[in-house]
Design a protein around this ligand. Sequence first.
Ligand code: NAI
Length: 316
Amino acid sequence: MKIAVLGAAGGIGQSLSLLLKMQLPAGSELALYDPAPMTRGVAVDLSHIPTQVAVSGYAGSDPEPALTGADIVLISAGIARKPGMERSDLFKFNAGIIMDLVQHCAKVCPKALIAIITNPVNSMVPIAAEVLRKAGVYDPRRLFGLTSLDLVRAESFAVDKLQQGVAAGQIPVVGGHSGLTIVPLFSHQSGVAPQEADMVALIEQVQQAGTRVVEAKAGAGSATLAMAYAALRFCLSLVRACAGDKNVVEYAFVEGGNPMARFFSQPVRLGCEGVVEVLDYQPVHPIEQAAIEQMLPTLNKEIQQGIDYALHVLRD
Ligand code: NAI
């Protein structure tokens, strides 16, 4: 399989590329693209790690050599937050980047599974959908917004709360990927579910986790390392599903299957063509249900912002 990473010279891109070089199945191809001239060097550097994953790197203004023949495209291209910024502050800059890159995907690898890491995810995924639709190649099963970092964080915080050595299991996170739209479902924790006060605190901890990283990095970037791990996990799930494993379930921000919003982060069973089935995440605790209902207007507004932007630009 060929996996393309767009934004490969960045904080997430480099870490993710390293993890992919080490963990993709033997025989895979890893193609790195970033306008930054160093991208070829990143590929050369990675190629010195003795695994059977071939790495190529492309810089400059043309992503198409990296995208040609790609089965999976992971996009972490664009600017990240600085202290004091919300994810929505990235919209203006990153929207144009996503439009451009997805237009190239539509032309060169229209059947690829595309996973968008770039923020604000809640708006970038709808933009990508409209670009693919305009090109006549949109298949909602194949487009994902990556929210797996929220699951990674929820699991990690639950383990901290439970004390060392106790597994919390996977904690579902539904909704979207910005502030209040991130709704972790700690009531699904294996073993004893947290008390209500703890649940409220844990939900807020996950919602604010990205901002805490941005503040702690003091202007030098946002989450890159845990994000790279989360994206690796998601990508390996796609690879397993493509290889025929019928039991691969991930949470991702996808279109369809939820009456509350056109795009929603929810559990999906994966197959070679992307989403095979949207799964149920009910029942939820009343606190979680209230959090979902409370955030819906924000989620739908951010989705609509992406759609409106794309339709406006594509009309010209
Ligand atoms: P970064 O600034 O370190 O790297 C971004 C890279 O994108 C740079 O190397 C830049 O040259 C490249 N780039 C710019 N224009 C491009 C284009 N047209 N095509 C390809 N590459 C292009 O940023 P970082 O930390 O890697 O973050 C990337 C994005 O991921 C940000 O938008 C950030 O907010 C988002 N993010 C998403 C998370 C999620 O959970 N979905 C978590 C953390 C960050």
